[in-house]
Design a protein around this ligand. Structure first.
Ligand SMILES: Nc1ncnc2c1ncn2[C@@H]1O[C@H](COP(=O)(O)OP(=O)(O)OP(=O)(O)O)[C@@H](O)[C@H]1O
Ligand SMILES: [Mg+2]
Length: 233
């Protein structure tokens, strides 16, 4: 039953971006002898955004399949976290600037470099998902990203705080489960994947609505790279 539901939802999520792509291209059907086609800007944008969505949803669904069959490989390496957070923040800040419907400022604070021990691409995926959500549910205000060392200096605590809608009470109890979404553009896999990736690293992830009643904060932990080189321990 669970597998059946998963396949049905996955099939629907994969098929739905294809319909607008086919529709937009059919409008530009070349006539006999035409060497080039003309697309309106709207049709072009529709193709690009749906192709991007399809790429992301397909990737997410494959990641779910990897997690559920225990094939999610984590390739750990030591790398500097704050540089990576900074570049992701800049990327989103530039993207939001292009969007006239959003007035969101980004703030990133940290205390110097932190070397962590993790799978860089997977950590990037987690941060992307969390910042993407913060931006998606915030039209005005700020998204504040912080990285601080935990008390024992064994791990770093990364938090993403927004001033958006806050987490809907219906979603709260199933926040990190598959296909739980309150977004028309979303699939509801971002947080499920984030939790599985963080836990595969031995970390924790949690969420809360902010105490002042405005927006939400998502927090995760990841291990700091050991200062003793492996061959000396
Ligand atoms: N920063 C946030 N503020 C308010 N609600 C949030 C926030 N982050 C997540 N949520 C809630 O949790 C739901 C699940 O988030 P998740 O990232 O798993 O899925 P999604 O963003 O809807 O879709 P996807 O990430 O697959 O594109 C969201 O639809 C939203 O209802
Ligand atoms: Mg998401």
């Amino acid at each position: 039953k669970v597998m059946h539901d998963f396949i049905n939802i996955a099939a629907h999520e994969l098929k739905s971006p294809i319909t607008p792509i086919l529709l937009a291209t059919s409008l530009a059907q070349p006539k006999d002898g035409d060497k080039q086609v003309t697309l309106s800007k709207d049709a072009f944008d529709m193709i690009v955004s749906n192709a991007r969505r399809l790429k992301r949803v397909a990737g997410d669904i494959l990641d779910v399949a990897r997690i559920e069959s225990n094939f999610l490989d984590i390739h750990k390496q030591n790398f500097e976290l704050n540089e990576l957070l900074d570049s992701i923040v800049k990327e989103y800040a530039a993207q939001v600037k292009q969007d006239s419907s959003k007035k969101v400022e980004f703030l990133f604070s940290c205390n110097g470099p932190i070397e962590i021990d993790g799978d860089k691409d997977r950590i990037i995926q987690v941060v992307h998902n969390l910042v993407d959500n913060a931006v998606r549910f915030t039209n005005e205000g700020s998204v504040i990203i912080k990285a601080v060392k935990g008390a024992s200096e064994s791990h770093v605590v990364v938090s993403i705080k927004d001033s958006g809608t806050g987490i809907h009470p219906e979603i709260m109890p199933k926040l990190f489960s598959k296909f739980a979404t309150k977004s028309e553009k979303g699939t509801g896999l971002g947080l499920y994947l984030a939790r599985n990736i963080v836990e595969a690293h031995g970390g924790k992830i949690w969420a809360e609505n902010n105490e002042n009643g405005i927006g939400a904060t998502f927090t995760f932990t990841v291990l700091i790279a050991s200062k003793i080189p492996a061959d000396q321990s």
